[in-house]
Write a protein that binds this ligand. Structure first.
Ligand code: ADP
Length: 158
């Protein structure tokens, strides 16, 4: 089975990495897809986000990194993916994700499935936004993100 794990990854956190790692053990192939969402303001450029992901995922033989500026269901169809994976941290995630999952199902003509993976409790409070908030006050985020990402964030705020 080939699955897609889409997101902004601005930047990738240990919570994202945990989902990728778990998914890579269950499925034959995982495509991490960095999406371009014009309504969002990003700290890192698309190329920077891709580079950080590629660095971290170098040793994962069945994980690929891609970017896409269109509709996720089109990417899923173009890549003949069996499903989209999303991480659920709390009920609030579930409410939004349920809506997206149902919309993607309807707009793909019933083809694109979404699977939810529950966050590890130790990462359930963790988000890219929280990491950026803490880093913006010059606090250490090395426990929340992979090492290369922590360095990149430090450089951004210095
Ligand atoms: P988006 O802007 O699409 O929500 P994110 O990069 O914030 O993109 O998140 C991508 C996916 O990873 C989403 O499904 C999100 O719920 C999930 N996710 C984010 N943080 C965590 C975490 N700490 N643990 C598990 N899943 C997470």
């Amino acid at each position: 089975m080939r699955v897609i794990y889409p997101g902004s990854f601005d930047p990738v956190t240990n919570g994202h990495l945990d989902i990728i790692s778990r998914a890579s053990k269950i499925y034959d192939e995982v495509i991490v897809c960095v999406l371009i969402n014009n309504s969002k303001n990003y700290l890192f450029t698309m190329d920077e986000r891709i580079e950080m992901l590629e660095d971290i995922l170098y040793d994962y033989n069945n994980v690929k990194v891609a970017k896409y500026s269109g509709l996720l269901i089109d990417f899923a169809k173009e890549n003949q993916a069996d499903a989209i994976i999303r991480g659920i941290r709390a009920v609030s995630d579930y409410e939004t994700e349920l809506q997206f999952a149902q919309m993607n199902k309807v707009y793909s003509g019933g083809v694109v499935e979404t699977l939810f993976m529950v966050a590890e409790p130790k990462y359930s409070y963790l988000s890219s936004s929280i990491v950026k908030e803490i880093a913006s006050f010059n606090r250490d985020v090395s426990g929340l993100v992979p090492k290369n990402v922590a360095n990149k964030i430090k450089n951004k705020f210095n």
